[in-house]
Design a protein around this ligand. Sequence first.
Ligand SMILES: [Zn+2]
Ligand SMILES: [Zn+2]
Length: 175
Amino acid sequence: MGPHPAAERAGGSYCYIEAPHLHAYAPDHSIFYHPTSAGYVFVGDPTPFGYAGERHIFYGHHPVAVAVDQSVFCFLDGPHHHAFAPPPGDDYRIMDGIAFYVGPLSAAYVDERAKRWELVNDEFKPFARFRPAVNVVVPPAEWRGRIYMPPDVKIQLPHRPKHVHRTRVRVEVHE
Ligand SMILES: [Zn+2]
Ligand SMILES: [Zn+2]
């Protein structure tokens, strides 16, 4: 259902067919596809897979609108692209052009997250360099996701001041 990366063995280009359609191959990176009653829906970031078109930046998990009566979610942590824009309304906060989903999360979301969250993000790790460059992100207060740490970033903790008063505790044990 809808556009998706073509499998490597089928040429590896991007398939832009919007309508439900058939291919003679199974998808690569199948965890990026969500099976629905109408077929596989690609819910990954299309950027590493030859997609050339309009893109929008999302941060963290969010629902994906599909033409079936079924919940489909994107479980990519951190900044990533989609070909679709966030729908207008109160469910998204846009900060610095980045869409954060702050709407309700259903029981279906919790079930699916248990199955897909880790697998989806592991599968996307080799493609981390294709993520949108996002500088300092301060998520909206009502957002409940987790901040993404790029794999090649080292956290430099601030140096402790030298004159720290230590509290010494002496413990004596009398038998
Ligand atoms: Zn196709
Ligand atoms: Zn997404």
